[in-house]
Ligand binder design. Structure first.
Ligand code: SAM
Length: 439
């Protein structure tokens, strides 16, 4: 790695950072890691080895062409930097005794950590995946839809909205903050050109604002995980000390030391991952707990959705897993949601939902084009395709092998549902979303 002198100088001032080891890395050469979707896959489709803090993750021996793997399009696994998986691993620890955990991923796009959190809390909890920047919403929605949990909604709100409008609501909040990105220099050497001391200061101030603004939304006794993909102390340890000082939070990172014992910092307030000490890029993560105090949670008004009564469910819906779910009518169709969270969801006014099933048209139920990707979906009429045909389906091809019977069919690949087609006469309509089509 060729570091410009001002960055060398900056890194040399970070305690616990080995500048020489960092410079000896090869730019652009980074490991490929996947995390399996436990609702869709129970073994890695590629050869690899496990990482310590996440049993469902595999460091692959080679980088496959994921675009040519229908299982990747089906959300059967997610390609993710391994240190980032510590956030989900910690959520798993702290939420394991909660029966209905409510989780906020405040800075969620493109959704790597959200998909992990969705797995951790499925099916009894609920995840709000928030992304304030409009242009980053479509990729967040796509990744979450492919992951398939109906216990998820996305929102596009400022952190302070949650602090003010959903006080003491969340058991767990992840703030994966926008940062100066020093931990990504190996992967994306161009990021160095955008780096400056002034930007570090700007990021640090913004991170302080974000955490302070959302803090009110955390339940007393609840946990906030703060993370960045940068190395400097001002965005990491110094900010964590600031949060504790300002809010009275207790820094409890050391309770989770067992998850990655070699990565905890000297003062045991945060985990520091460096690309020269494992199969990961740079990452920092700390865990804060809110002290118990009197509960002031806002009473959410009654949910004003129109609920679809189970007597009205068409038989088509028996393919979906609707345990402990309510079905509500929304402008985007019938949506499956965990019953418990309806008032909160109503208050949030989500920008999108995980559990859009489809809609009634006259006497027929028309499935939403991504609903075959939902967890627990058991197709009544599956049309299993081999690799070549599955890729054609993902390209939007309509000349697929016909089953000979009319109506809705679910395309599957290696028995994992992908999407819908409808056979009409001797042709087929392909409902794989146009915006997701493989070129
Ligand atoms: N958690 C994501 C994942 O695992 O895929 C990555 C999140 S990225 C590090 C930080 C996110 O924060 C970006 O999507 C960015 O748009 C968002 N962001 C930027 N400014 C923000 C602000 N002022 N408040 C909240 N989020 C912000």
């Amino acid at each position: 790695m060729n570091l410009p002198s001002h960055i060398q100088q900056h890194f040399s001032q970070i305690p616990e950072f080995d500048l020489e080891a960092f410079e000896s890395l090869e730019a652009g050469n980074f490991p490929t890691i996947i995390r399996l979707n436990p609702g869709k896959l129970n073994a890695s489709p590629y050869q690899g080895f496990n990482i310590q803090h996440e049993a469902s993750a595999f460091v692959l021996n080679e980088r496959p062409n994921f675009g040519n793997d229908p299982l990747w399009h089906a959300g059967a696994y997610y390609v993710q930097e391994s240190a980032s998986m510590l956030a989900g691993a910690i959520a798993q620890q702290v939420l394991s005794h909660h029966t209905q955990p409510l989780v906020l991923d405040l800075c969620a796009a493109p959704g790597g950590k959200s998909t992990h959190l969705a797995s951790v809390i499925h099916p009894h909890g609920f995840l709000v995946a928030n992304e304030v920047i409009q242009s980053r919403h479509s990729i967040l929605k796509e990744n979450l839809k492919k992951w398939g949990s109906d216990a998820v909604a996305t929102t596009q709100r400022d952190p302070e909205w949650f602090g003010e409008q959903t006080p003491h609501a969340f058991d767990f909040i992840l703030v994966d903050a926008p940062c100066s990105g020093e931990g990504l220099f190996r992967r994306d050497p161009k990021a160095m050109e955008e780096w400056s001391e002034a930007n570090v200061n700007l990021c640090s101030a913004r991170q302080k604002r974000i955490v302070m603004d959302v803090w009110g939304a955390l339940k007393p006794g609840g946990f906030l995980v703060y993370s960045t993909c940068t190395f400097n102390r001002s965005e990491n340890e110094d900010n964590v000390a600031f949060f504790a000082e300002e809010t009275g939070a207790v820094v409890v990172t050391s309770q989770f030391e067992f998850l990655a014992p070699e990565r905890i910092n000297a003062e045991k307030t945060g985990f520091r991952f460096t690309p020269y000490s494992g199969p990961n890029e740079g990452f920092f993560l700390a865990v804060l707990q809110k002290p118990e105090e009197s509960l002031k949670s806002k009473k959410m008004g009654p949910a004003k959705w129109t609920e679809v009564k189970s007597e009205k469910f068409p038989s088509f819906l028996s393919q979906f897993s609707l345990n402990e779910r309510k079905i509500i009518e929304t402008p985007v169709g019938w949506v499956s949601v965990p019953a418990e969270f309806l008032p909160l969801i109503h208050h949030l006014k989500p920008s999108s939902w995980g559990g859009i099933l489809g809609t009634m048209k006259g006497k027929d139920f028309i499935p939403e084009e991504t609903s075959a990707l939902l967890l627990g979906f058991q197709p009544e009429n599956a049309l299993e395709l081999d690799l070549e045909w599955a890729l054609k389906f993902l390209q939007g091809e309509t000349q697929l092998p016909l089953s000979g019977t009319q109506g809705w069919k679910t395309i599957t690949y290696q028995n994992v549902p992908l999407g819908w087609v409808k056979e009409i006469g001797n042709r087929m309509n392909n409902y794989w979303p146009k915006g997701w089509r493989k070129r």
